[in-house]
Ligand binder design. Structure first.
Ligand SMILES: Cc1ncc(COP(=O)(O)O)c(C=O)c1O
Length: 331
């Protein structure tokens, strides 16, 4: 199936039934190409329930992967290297040491699974350069950001073309759909054209496809991406004064319709960093105070908030009012 969107020219998108399948499928592609293979991921980025990628978020310099889920054999995670985000030196160091074995680097270009860890364009550009220099593939996991932040995802926003991009969530309009795309040369390696098997009973099922296509049609017809940015900007303008008045530091981080209230004492981080126990406790108190006022925030200090086209100015006002009142109840 050929598909044209935003920044990418023509990308064969393979629709699979879940995002899990997308990322494991991508990984199997590499297994079939290199031996031994290493996959590089970043601490704080989540790529679904693919064995190679279920690796504990390490800190500091590159570490050997250790499984973060019971039941994942170490043989799988031994193929994974975990690096800190926002750290060009760590990337260069790992490639100098093991570059000939690295098949791919996978990253959420706007990491949204450990708060919202906005990356500098220079860092993403360096990944592009290093992977190209060493013959490794660069994968943008746009399962969250794809079709949410722009029609062509973060790749379009930052003007960096990955070798593969993976999609989920918005692409299915609420139904279980995942997709991934890349150059024709890479995609031809997949079954039925190529020798890397990929299939599933519900892959490309018509109900899910109809839901996804309708959602994308609406986003295009109703200037969805512009409106989502406007709603995000409105929330930012409205919440900032309330956050500034809070009795402890809260940093507002936003990318389009994604935002995060970071409770870190110092500035909002760009790489996975733990919050103090006090900050986590404060977020818990805020969560319950907001719930009492009819606003259901994500149930973790490390989860980002998602805005949608259904949110109205009245919702933004309610959110702001509830936040002001709630913050006044927290030490
Ligand atoms: C960036 C990213 N990649 C992959 C996945 C995996 O998607 P799923 O949970 O549908 O398998 C998620 C899930 O939240 C995600 O946020």
């Amino acid at each position: 199936m050929y598909f044209r969107f935003g920044f990418f020219d023509v990308i064969p998108l393979l629709y699979t039934k879940s995002h899990i399948r997308v990322n494991s499928c991508v990984v199997y592609y590499f297994v079939s190409n290199l031996n031994p293979i290493l996959i590089v991921k970043f601490s704080g980025c989540y790529h679904g329930h693919a064995d190679h990628l279920l690796v504990a978020a390490g800190s500091g310099l590159a570490t050997f992967g250790t499984p973060s889920s019971a039941g994942v054999p170490e043989a799988f995670t031994a193929c994974t290297r975990v690096l800190p985000l926002d750290d060009e030196a760590a990337v260069e160091e790992l490639f100098t040491r093991e570059g000939s074995k690295i098949a791919a680097v996978i990253i959420e270009p706007v990491p949204a699974n450990h708060g919202l860890l906005l990356q500098r364009r220079e860092f993403l550009q360096r990944l592009r350069e290093v992977t190209r220099r060493h013959g490794a593939l660069l994968i943008f996991d746009e399962v969250i950001s794809g079709f949410r932040l722009a029609r062509g995802g973060v790749a379009e926003l930052v003007g960096i073309v990955p070798d593969l991009a993976t999609f989920g969530k918005v692409i299915g309009g609420g139904m279980p759909v995942g997709g991934f795309g890349g150059s024709r040369q890479i995609m031809q390696r997949l079954a039925p054209l190529g020798d890397t098997y990929q299939a599933g009973t519900l892959s490309g099922n018509p109900v899910a496809m109809a839901s996804g296509i309708t959602t994308l049609d609406i986003l295009i017809r109703e200037s969805g991406w512009e409106r989502l940015e406007q709603i995000g900007a409105q929330v930012e303008r409205s919440l900032l004064p309330a956050l500034r008045d809070a009795p402890f530091p809260i940093h507002f981080v936003r990318a389009g319709s994604l935002f995060w209230m970071s409770f870190h004492d110092a500035a909002a981080p760009r790489s996975a960093a733990s919050m103090s126990p006090k900050a986590v406790e404060r977020y818990g108190a805020l969560f319950h105070a907001m719930l009492d006022r009819g606003v259901y925030l994500p149930p973790s200090a490390y989860e980002a908030c998602f805005l949608s086209l259904a949110h109205t100015s009245a919702d933004v006002e309610q959110l702001t009012r509830a936040l002001r009142e709630s913050l006044a109840t927290i030490q």
